[in-house]
Structures are given as structure tokens and as C-alpha cells.
Design a protein around this ligand. Structure first.
Ligand code: CTP
Length: 400
């Protein structure tokens, strides 16, 4: 439970018979190095006194939303800002229902609305209440909104019933809660990712582009952030929302992407080039719309080659771990290996774009990871899962 050291934790206690066990949870939290503030609902006070929780936590217990004195000391917004995590144990069926519907009519529910970090709930209720379809629907919605559910356990209940619904033992709740603060595999690493297509203007209304959706790069950015990395995402024009907590740099042309990469590459630990950078762009971009010339049945567009961004990064004196993507329609592995060597990469992710079920606009992908020493197939799965595996692969190589 090292990950709880120096963490500010709010322990929410709601009104169930298991509330007596929350005293032990406070003890465990304190022992693992956390600062604890206890917030109790009115019905929790029927089961355990605020005085007990105050003595154990060493902090004043908060119970009222509209208590002038308490708000002046540390109000609900301050509590939400202070906390690194919230654990609600026990969480009654009523609590699950109220949180899933976003109610903010007492101190604890209001704090959970104002807080945007990890929240874990340890349900405790009668087995029939747990099995009830409305409770299960509330749980689904809470999980969908990012809440972590610890338990419940099964066994004999206070009312004499036997089944699922007992609160987990405090030590097991703490185990599961502390894992929310485990450090990711890329903590302390700076990652630069390019994504999407580029647009090379022919005139003010036309451009050359390609079918890249940007999904792979955006998913990789998300996975790297979840693994603890600081991520800069340089993106061509796409229809995607950037992951929160990433530094997004939007560009249009291959030249703009090159310049943005060179500007941001300093001190990066990893560079991942998923962007489908246009290899060529028109030598001349016309200032006004090109008009149809009735005398010609064909027109020639003269193109110049763009700089290879990936190769330029791998040629830097102080280079990061460099990852390229090879989008191929034929001889996937051979062509990818050629790019690995020619561009002097640490890793290339080979991607068959001729298969309509994977690649460009799809949510799924199947790729082969190739380094000088290894070749590993990641079979068809969602781009999110593929991204997690690529990030895990990279982290193992750079942390070795
Ligand atoms: N790439 C790049 N700059 C370019 C072209 C490509 O950084 N001007 C990067 C891409 O981001 C990708 C890798 O190079 O990571 C391979 O891109 P791909 O289009 O598959 O290969 P190309 O090098 O363009 O070769 P070809 O089009 O001939 O297959």
C-alpha cells in the first residue's frame, strides 16, 4: 500500500451496519501514510459516532452541507480540492442510487460531484437488495462514470441471510483502493506522438490528404497518459476529441508537422510517429482558386517530396526511443523491416491497411511489433487494447 503514502483521502461513511468497520479503515489508511478526513451522512451517525472517527483520523469530521462554521473551515469545494482520492465504505444501496443519478443534496454526494479524481465504493447491503435489477443498473452506470467498485463479499449477513452483499474486509478494501494510485509504467516520461493525416494545399479550396482517422495516435496518447506519461500530441485535422491531460498541438501540413515536432522534441523520452504524413506536396500552392481551363483535358500537378519527420527524429544527436508505423498493402513484414532499418528506428509497428476490418477508419487493428531482435504479433482487437500493449512494450524497453 505504498501508493497511499502522503495521499489526502476522504473516507465517506454512509448508514449501514458495516459502518462500524470504517473505524478500522481509517486506522489502515493512517498506517499507510495517508491524511484522512471523514465525511459522514446523517444515517451513518446512527451507527457510529463522529467522535470515534475524529479521534482515529485526527481531523474534524464533516457531516453537514449547510453548516456555516464547517464551510468556513473547509467547505465541500475545498474538501474536493484537497482530496487525492475518495473511498466510500460502506456504500449503501441508497448511496449507489443517489450517486448514480448525480444527486448533490448532502455533503458527501456534493463532494463526489465536485471531485474529479478516483472514487471507490465498497457496497454493503442485504443480498436481495444487491441482486435487485435497479441496484445492478445503478452499478453499471457508476462503473461507466469511472467509479471503482470494491466487493461486495459473500457470506452470512447481519440480518441472517446468506449471499453476496457483505462489505469486503477493511484490509481487502484498502488493497483494491490503493491500487488506484499505483504508479504507471511511464511515470516521469515525456512522450511525443504525431497523429492523423496532413493536408497539402493545392489552392484555397483543395488539398491532397489521405484516409488516416487519427484514432490509433489518439488511443496511444490516452494509453501513455494512463501509464503516467506527460504527452504532447501533434495532430493533423481529425474528428476526435483529444484525451484530457495532454498537450495538443494542431497542424495542417506536413511542413507544419515537421516544425512542430522539431520544436517539441527536446528532452522527450519517446517519439511515436503514427501520423500519415503526406510524402509529397504541391510545389506551388495557388493563392486563388484554380479555374477549369476548357482547352485542356488533363492537368499536371507538380509535387515536391516532404521531409521525413520520423527519420529526422532518429537522426537527432540526442534522440528519444523512436517508434514508427508502417502502413502497408503488400509484403507487410518485409517492407516494415526495410523502414525499421532505413529510418534507424527502435521499433516499427507494421499495419496491413489493405484489410478493411482493421487499419485506417476502423476501431480495430492488428499489428506486428518489430525491433532488431524481436517480432511480436498483436492479433485483431480494439485500437485501445492494441495501444495499451504497445505502450507496455515500449515501457519495458526504455525502463530496462
Ligand atoms: N513518416 C514521417 N514523415 C514522412 C513520411 C512518413 O514521419 N514524411 C513516418 C510516419 O509517421 C510513419 C512512418 O514514417 O511512422 C512510415 O510511414 P509510411 O507512410 O508507411 O512510409 P513512408 O516512409 O512514407 O514510405 P512509403 O509511403 O513508400 O511506404
Amino acid at each position: 500500500m505504498e501508493s497511499l503514502v502522503n495521499k489526502n483521502i476522504i473516507l465517506g461513511v454512509t448508514g449501514g451496519i458495516a459502518a462500524y468497520k470504517s473505524a478500522e479503515i481509517v486506522r489502515h489508511l493512517k498506517k499507510s501514510g495517508s491524511s484522512v478526513r471523514v465525511v459522514m451522512t446523517a444515517s451513518a451517525e446512527e451507527f457510529i459516532t463522529p467522535l470515534t472517527m475524529q479521534a482515529l483520523s485526527g481531523n474534524r469530521v464533516s457531516t453537514e452541507l449547510l453548516d456555516v462554521e464547517a464551510e468556513a473551515a473547509m467547505g465541500h469545494i475545498e474538501l474536493a480540492k484537497w482530496a487525492d482520492g475518495i473511498l466510500i465504505a460502506p456504500a449503501t444501496a441508497n448511496t449507489l442510487a443517489r450517486l448514480s443519478s448525480g444527486r448533490g443534496d448532502d455533503l458527501l454526494s456534493t463532494i463526489t460531484l465536485a471531485f474529479d479524481g478516483p472514487i471507490a465504493l465498497a457496497p454493503a447491503m442485504n443480498q436481495a437488495m444487491w441482486r435487485d435489477s435497479r441496484t445492478q443498473e445503478n452499478l453499471d452506470s457508476l462503473i461507466g462514470n469511472g467509479f471503482t467498485i470494491c466487493g461486495p463479499d459473500s457470506g452470512e449477513q447481519a440480518c441472517g441471510d446468506v449471499g453476496l452483499g457483505r462489505m469486503l474486509e477493511p484490509i481487502d478494501i484498502l488493497d483494491s483502493f490503493s491500487s488506484l494510485f499505483d504508479q504507471g509504467v511511464l511515470v516521469g516520461k515525456d512522450v511525443l506522438i504525431t497523429a492523423g493525416p496532413t493536408q497539402e494545399p493545392i489552392d484555397p479550396v483543395r488539398f491532397i490528404t489521405n484516409r488516416s482517422s487519427g484514432k490509433m495516435g489518439y488511443r496511444l496518447a490516452e494509453s501513455a497518459i494512463q501509464a503516467g506519461a506527460k504527452v504532447t500530441l501533434i495532430s493533423g485535422p481529425v474528428n476526435l476529441d483529444p484525451p484530457s491531460n495532454c498537450h495538443l498541438v494542431s497542424v495542417n501540413t506536413a511542413k507544419e508537422m515537421y516544425e512542430a515536432v522539431m520544436h517539441h522534441i527536446k528532452d522527450k523520452d519517446v517519439y511515436i510517429g503514427t501520423a500519415a504524413v503526406s510524402d509529397y506536396s504541391p510545389i506551388k500552392s495557388h493563392d486563388s482558386k484554380i479555374k477549369k481551363d476548357g482547352s485542356k483535358s488533363a492537368m499536371v500537378l507538380e509535387l515536391k517530396e516532404n521531409r521525413d519527420i520520423l527519420k529526422s527524429v532518429s537522426e537527432l544527436k540526442e534522440r528519444p526511443y523512436v517508434v514508427g508505423f508502417a502502413a502497408e498493402t503488400d509484403n507487410l513484414i518485409d517492407n516494415a523491416k526495410k523502414k525499421l532499418n532505413h529510418k534507424n528506428l527502435d521499433l516499427i509497428v507494421a499495419n496491413d491497411v489493405s484489410d478493411k476490418n482493421i487499419g485506417f477508419d476502423s476501431d480495430d487493428n492488428e499489428v506486428t511489433l518489430i525491433t532488431q531482435k524481436e517480432q511480436k504479433l498483436l492479433e485483431k482487437q480494439t485500437k485501445k487494447k492494441i495501444s495499451n500493449k504497445i505502450i507496455e512494450f515500449i515501457s519495458r524497453r526504455i525502463n530496462d
